[in-house]
Ligand binder design. Sequence first.
Ligand SMILES: [Zn+2]
Length: 591
Amino acid sequence: MDLFEFVKSNIDILDLVREHTSLKKTGVYWKGRCPFHHEKTGSFTVSPHKGIFYCFGCHANGDVIGFTAKIENCPQIDAAKLLADKYNLQIPENLANRDQLKQELQIEKQHFKTCEIVTLWCQKNLTKNSLAYNYLVETRKITPDTIDQFKIGYFADGPAAIKSLINFANSQNILLTDLINANILIQTKTNTYSPFEDRIIFPITDYLGRYCGFGGRVFKTNDKRAKYYNSRENPYFNKGALLFGLDKARKSIQKQDAVFLVEGYTDCVALFQHGYPNVVAILGTACTTEHIKLISRFCTQIYVLYDSDQAGQQAILRLTELCWNFNIEVKVIILPEGADPASFLASGETLETAITESQDIYKFIVESSCKSVSNEKLANKIQGIEKLINIINTVPDQLKRSILLEDAARSLGLPIDSLRIKPAKINPPINLTDSQIQVNSNHSPTNYIKIDLIEKKIFAAIINKPELFINQYHPLITQLSTPFDKVLNTLINISVNLVDNFEYKFEQVLGSLDLAQQEFIRQTIMSEGAEIGADEFKHLMLLFLQKRWKFIIDQTKQQITSAQNNLDHAALAKTVAEFQKLKTTLLGEIK
Ligand SMILES: [Zn+2]
């Protein structure tokens, strides 16, 4: 048994799902409105018996771990850990890698708790330091409410402050070593201090809202230290994969299917405060593939709001290279020269006009590149144009490519033929999450639409009452179409006594199928799940066999003809023997 199986077998799917939608019992199933798509009538079904859910509207399906992964938009392993934590599951002794896993979970938990306690302490300090508080409220125009929402704080300085932090942490069961391990405090032979001292503190959480690190900003005009100090990288604080504000923004990002991407904490806070809650910031690094991947889990549209300086332009250029691999559209919002998002909004402006006038990232790149190369010397100009053409050629859409080339030719005053059109480098979108694959791909049950209703009813009945049918009708039931035969054969092969722990075994087998097959099977069980008696089952089997028998005869005839034509006596004998065997086993079963 591994962690996944342990978690699954210890959590009642009904309890879990009910936290997100209300369910009513209908027959052996529970029904309610789907938490994954908007709907008026409930098409979301849960089978507590099987530990699975299936939505007839959006085809979302899975078990407790799949449900959590989908709700939290996180990988399955994170979902399993979250559930183990949430339900306080005691991971048993015999679980493989138990000690290591337990230790990992423990260290992870302690790190998040440490950061949370430090956040609290810094919040308290802010109320005591009027200079820091006024800097935020008066200078940066951040309202007390926003300060509270983002838990912005102040890291007091001096040995007395460090002592007070250690004492406060101790009172919350956080040790000095925890503070040192989280790189909040640094201990030398003679001294214990923090690089965050006398800085405004922006606590950074992961997308689940767990405190994992800090950004510290200087605020005194005479403070000559680096403007920002960020937590050092560790397994729970990876700047290249974290987005500031995402835990608060994710709901509205999903709702609006769009995100504002800004460069700093204060810009992020400012947008949030001015009514744009779907905003996240990168943490003083370049945007990475990981960032885009994370964003693409929540929406399909990014509005980039970077500074209008050279560095900002360069950063946007880099974004084009990252984004075309993802199923995500990027638009650039251009603010008046010299303005940054925070100051722009503080002056009473809104973003609405800028949003309407926002430019497709490729168009933006073409215009700004053309502007910058037009004053260059010939050699640099050619190089610049080459680079631009290469970028344009990464656009998958041919029409868009032609338009961009025309724009470029016009801006540069060159004939379009001189900007050679190369074939586009088209890569398929990558890195879709499991949940996206389930919704977006053609894994829809229609692939199996040819399987008729009789077979579906038979299969659902067997899974509902394996003790009644599975032994009695074996080997007949292994004649069902794929993937039913696959499931039943595997079930029969893995255990002598199937009925014991049947749900668990069934989930295991289901997990070994591909996503489309899993979905199809869950849908079948939920839709054809009415309980049926022995007589009705026998009747269904007869109907199925009639059809199946006809198919077998046709197939055998074909094989015989082909063997005769090839004068292949061995094949002929084999076909006839197999037919005889089938005849006795199948027809012998039902009389
Ligand atoms: Zn749904």
